[in-house]
Write a protein that binds this ligand. Structure first.
Ligand code: MEV
Length: 424
């Protein structure tokens, strides 16, 4: 974003036209006229770039790109681009971010961006001997790994450590060597996989075993993002709602059937930002769910509690393997633009924003679920689409939505009838 002081607190952003929203985002993020044009064109990638990205290209598919407003994270206001096909998600994130703005807003923090590469070693003749030899060879193995990526090392990243594990499996005992790599601003799959492949022959020599797999782990539990926020009880509807949200969270934390849906709500936010910025969202999904099951029991990724003032406290901690250099983040013009709108200049910046959005999204779902239920908001949005399709514009839209929701018959013919009547 152009200025760290620009406020993301924009009331009624959703009521503005697409043109007006683009202008506001353009001003806040200091977009060039080409960038504004890119947003207005509604396209972005183009067939040529798509054809370079994957195989057998026959077209591209578009998603709506929205901007969530009201986010203040670590004292800084941010607009948050989100790409998603599901209605209500961007609105819920913006609404909950408004309740979380108090003071410095949402507090976000990240560990160092360390990914794990796994080297699977079979047929090790002497496990204790192999473990000892690997420990002795640690520095030379790390050096060899770092020779593969001098650029990463120059930017302060690179192979940091080795961890040795022995696991029992259906196919017998195996040694698994973990290579820990600080990936800085890259997601890191390429760097980590290359390093693991290069180390394999040395690992075979040192252990006397046979290396099979050499691949990154998506359970990125050394690369965590954390977001934390307090919502005043009066802003969320009183202490009873706070208690109900805590009880709804406890349900998810105790029951995998509920946890899967609860965490899906978190991922609505996380993945929408991931799509807008062209991240490897499958890696994020698998990392999140594996992390949620790390205790041996699939649980909630978030935690909600009540503090001594009766206010609601939320914390979300999850793996966040994201990058802002390399891959589609660089080659997709809209993804680059999304990063600019968000003002993310480091991968850990982006990771913190994604955790903040996940937390806000989770609260949006829980708040709706403990009160009016989830369909109410969906139906309002649906009603809004219907009245606009039926010809409502300007001030008439809100009045027509009210009347349509009130009627309890949220259908296009009813919307037409109401719009006709209100137009008069
Ligand atoms: C729908 O996309 C997400 C929710 O089901 C999440 C939840 O139940 O917490 C509303």
């Amino acid at each position: 974003m152009a200025s760290d002081k620009a406020s993301s607190r924009i009331s009624g952003y959703y009521k503005k036209t697409v043109e007006e929203r683009v202008s506001i985002a353009a001003e806040m993020a200091d977009l060039t006229s080409d960038e504004v044009e890119l947003l207005r064109s509604g396209g972005g990638l183009g067939l040529e770039a798509a054809d370079r990205m994957i195989e057998n290209v026959v077209g591209t598919i578009e998603y709506p790109l929205g901007v969530a407003v009201n986010f203040r994270i670590n004292g800084r206001d941010r607009l948050v681009p989100m790409a998603i096909e599901e209605p209500s998600v961007v609105a819920a994130a913006s609404n909950m971010a408004r309740l979380m703005r108090e003071g410095d807003g949402i507090k976000a923090s990240c560990t160092d961006p360390v990914m794990i590469g796994q080297i699977q070693v079979l047929d090790v003749p002497d496990m204790d001997g192999a473990k000892k030899a690997l420990k002795e060879a640690k520095e030379s193995l790390l050096d060899l790994a770092n020779q593969q990526d001098p650029v990463l090392v120059r930017f302060g990243g690179g192979a940091r450590d080795l961890q040795i594990r022995v696991i029992e499996t259906e196919a017998g005992e195996m040694l698994v060597l973990h290579l820990l790599v600080d990936c800085r601003d890259a997601m890191g799959a390429n760097a980590v996989n290359t390093m693991c492949e290069v180390l394999a022959p040395s690992v075979e020599k040192i252990t006397g075993g046979r290396v099979l797999l050499r691949i990154i782990s998506n359970l990125a539990d050394h690369r965590l993002a954390r977001a934390e926020a307090v919502v005043k009880k009066d802003d969320i509807g009183g202490e009873k709602i706070v208690d109900d949200i805590v009880a709804a969270w406890a349900f998810a934390d105790a029951d995998p059937y509920r946890a899967a849906t609860h965490n899906k709500g978190i991922m609505n936010g996380v993945i929408a930002v991931a799509l807008a910025t062209a991240q490897d969202h499958r890696a994020l999904e698998s990392g999140a769910h594996a992390y949620a099951a790390r205790s041996g029991h699939y649980r909630s990724l978030s935690r909600w509690s009540k503090n001594e003032d009766g206010d609601l406290v939320g914390v979300l901690e999850m793996p966040m393997a994201v990058g802002i250099v390399g891959g589609a983040t660089r080659t997709h013009p809209v993804a680059r633009l999304a990063l600019k709108i968000m003002g993310a200049s480091k991968a850990i910046d982006l990771a913190g924003v994604m955790a903040a959005v996940g937390l806000a999204q989770n609260l949006g779902a829980l708040r709706a679920l403990v009160q009016e239920g989830i369909q109410h908001g969906h139906m309002r949005l649906h009603a809004r689409n219907l009245v606009v399709m039926a010809g409502a514009d300007g001030n008439l839209i809100d009045r027509a939505v009210e009347a349509l929701v009130e009627s309890g018959e949220i259908r296009f013919d009813k919307a037409q009838e109401i719009v006709r009547r209100l137009k008069g």
